[in-house]
Design a binder for this molecule. Sequence first.
Ligand code: F6R
Length: 249
Amino acid sequence: MRVIEVKDYREMSERAAAHILDYVNGMKSCTLGLATGGTPIGTYRSLVEAYRNKKVSFHHVYTVNLDEYVGLSAAHPNSYRFYMQENLFNHIDIPSEHTHIPNGMAADLAEECRRYEELIERLGGVDLQLLGIGINGHIGFNEPGTSFSSRTHLVKLTESTRSANARFFSNPEEVPTHAITMGIETIMRSREILLLAGGIKKAEILYKLFTEPVDEQIPASILQTHPNVTIIADSEALSRVKEKKVFIV
Ligand code: F6R
């Protein structure tokens, strides 16, 4: 795992966007795996700005998002489809049919998970996967205890994740109880992974990521075994790692 330490959220976002831009500009066609949440918003803002300044086109880009809440339609302001449209897709030249997010409204959710996994295969797999990390070590919505060999599946969200995400909802009760997420193996099959972490809330989990053994109780720990992971983290997120003088290469 390569670690790039940056000053703050703004620098994290700019570095991440620069990495994605280099990638997109260097490829004839590529598939990006995308995340939602608070962490990548600044990155998406920088990508939109680069598009407006004619530094990039997304015409040849395909995207697959990590996850979606069950029961929220694309028009619901808290659905991840809505988030992606608002924060990125509506402002760049990516063809809408190139953008993919699990359908949390599907009548048959198990079938939707199979369809999504097949879709990723059909696209040739994910080239570059953007990830955030939950305070309990989740990636996507793969909560502690999820099998490392999981593919896209239906999950029941833990109370810790529901309350962490309640900030986006007007009422905490409205946070859905289930979601569809790419599995850990789905994520691990990406050719390259870019994990972003910012703020003091992420300090403890980053420390665990660098020091704990690979264990399904810390889903992100599996990233230690991926051959091409870059972590861009700000000084608050790395504060505990540095305080403990953990050596990271
Ligand atoms: C989002 C996702 C989640 C988030 C994680 C961190 O698509 O899959 O794993 O990346 O919950 O969320 P934030 O960025 O809000 O701290």
